[in-house]
Design a protein. Structure first.
Length: 465
């Protein structure tokens, strides 16, 4: 029967934690423990996790949106740094720059003699400009279509499809166009991005399929003049930061050379306070840093909150790209906590960039099995800061609840949607998984490293063609 070992575990636990007095109880109800090889070393972590710390730090961080490069993000960085410091860490703030974009205040299009109403929208990264010229039908705007076509001073009317919006604008500009109109090839508004800033762009606006087709029919066979105006769009260098707190191995002589990275992103999208995305992961990173601070470990643990994740995984990419190869080789695992506490989301899953298991999923499946009797499932997925780690050949996984909540990237992503139960569950699984590997007496295989090719799709799901 299972009974004997449980008693042993309970005893061992209370002996080990006698310093904690009455807190030396099993954190899990006997029911759960009965069926699991719940380990004494797990208790050491589980007993110390204080979910109210996580909850309160989410509450603090998620008062306002924390868009990368803004003062609010900077305030969050200071708070994270100071919290790490209050736990006894030397927190390091790593600065990096990125190209920031301010969308236009006005986007207008008028066409001589055309009476139908046009509601142009803009493309992210379009430049400002006020241009007047003849409308030129330019097909899909592919290089081969425009070869030998002189668009000098004209406004190119281009249909969506086959190549990216950015390429269409560049091809038209190279043929001399002064402005570009791209219309949708499906119903609904077209809200796209040119993918990045470029000096060679000319002002570009978007129309619906109906608007674009009507305009193309009107401009076919007769010269039609149009005025296109984009005002207030700005491209400028901005600064964001990663915050790094390092726990060195307890005993230098018995240390491994390995490093485990536990991280999250502290920035949010515009208008969203980002309580779940990703103040939840950030507050959990802080709490795990607190819990693990004084437990003996033989493996270095780095707690990192990244900036500018929402703008294309910029902070984590900067971190990985700027590590010396010798340091990169030491990282054996990246636990990425992103959206780990929503009441309204589904169950916990781990996403790896190739859908394959790795050291992170193995450690977390083992810990979730020990704690809850069910291993956390894994699947393929990118879209967060584990991607640059995974692509550098480091075992990495995103911890997230799926399906995601309806508040994702909305002003409704607020503290009242956060579940302490979900936070507790993920913190336990990840905390014990990390500790399982980092503690002195761990046994286990060396992780395998396989370098992956960069896959743009994992970075920009917005880069739609
Ligand atoms: N937390 C999300 C990622 C996410 C959301 C993963 C839902 C899986 C399901 C992240 O902060 C995010 O929004 N990422 C961007 C992509 C990134 C490369 C700019 C996204 O998914 O649009
Ligand atoms: Zn996120």
């Amino acid at each position: 029967m299972m009974k004997k070992p449980i008693v042993k575990i309970a005893l061992a636990a209370s002996l080990t934690f006698s310093a904690f007095g009455t807190q030396a109880v099993l954190a899990k109800p006997a029911e759960t423990v009965k069926n699991q090889p719940y380990k004494v070393f797990d208790q050491k972590i589980v007993n110390q996790i204080n979910v109210d710390n996580i909850y309160n730090n989410i509450d603090y961080l998620a008062k306002v949106p924390r868009v990368a490069g803004t003062e609010a993000e900077h305030d969050a960085v200071q708070f994270i740094k100071n919290t790490f410091k209050s736990y006894g860490y030397d927190a390091e703030v790593q600065e990096f720059t990125f190209t920031g974009y301010t969308p236009p205040s006005t986007t207008a299009l008028s066409v001589e003699g055309f009476t139908e109403n046009l509601n142009p929208s803009s493309f992210t990264y379009t430049v400002s400009g006020d241009v007047t010229g003849e409308i030129a039908l330019a097909g899909l705007g592919k290089k081969e279509e425009l070869a030998g076509v002189d668009l000098t001073g004209k406004i190119a009317l281009i249909k969506r499809g086959e190549i990216s919006f950015g390429e269409k604008v560049l091809n038209a500009a190279a043929a001399g166009a002064a402005g570009v109109i791209i219309y949708n090839n499906a119903d609904g508004a077209l809200n796209g991005t040119l993918g990045g800033a470029n000096d060679k762009y000319v002002p570009a606006v978007a129309l619906t399929k109906a608007e674009g087709e009507a305009l193309a029919a009107y401009a076919q066979g007769q010269p039609v003049n149009a005025s296109l105006k984009v005002e207030g769009a700005k491209i400028e260098e901005r600064k964001s930061h990663n915050v790094i707190a390092t726990k060195k191995p307890t005993n230098k002589k018995k240390a491994t050379n390995d490093v485990i990275v536990v991280g999250s992103h502290h920035d949010s999208v515009e208008l969203a306070p980002g309580a779940n995305d990703d103040a939840s992961g950030t507050a959990m990173t802080l709490e795990l840093a607190r819990v693990l601070k004084d437990v003996p470990t033989d493996t270095e643990i780095r707690f990192i909150t990244f900036g500018a994740e929402e703008l294309g995984l910029i902070g984590s990419t900067y971190y990985v790209d700027n590590l010396p190869q010798s340091d990169l080789n030491r990282i054996i695992a990246n636990f990425n906590l992103d959206m780990v506490g929503s009441k309204d989301a589904g169950d916990l899953v781990m996403n790896t960039i190739d859908g394959q298991p790795n050291l992170v999923t193995e450690l977390a499946q083992a810990s979730s099995q020990r704690l809850n009797g069910v291993p956390t499932p894994y699947a393929e997925g990118g879209r967060s800061d584990h991607v640059p780690f995974g692509e550098a050949g480091i075992p990495a996984a995103l911890f997230i609840h799926e399906p995601t909540e309806p508040w994702y990237h909305t002003p409704e992503d607020t503290i009242d949607k956060i579940s302490k139960e979900k936070l507790q569950d993920v913190a336990e699984i990840v905390g014990t998984a990390v500790y399982d590997r980092a503690r002195f007496d761990h046994m286990g295989p060396k992780p395998k490293k396989v370098k992956k090719a960069k896959n743009k799709e994992l970075y920009y799901n917005e880069n739609v063609k």
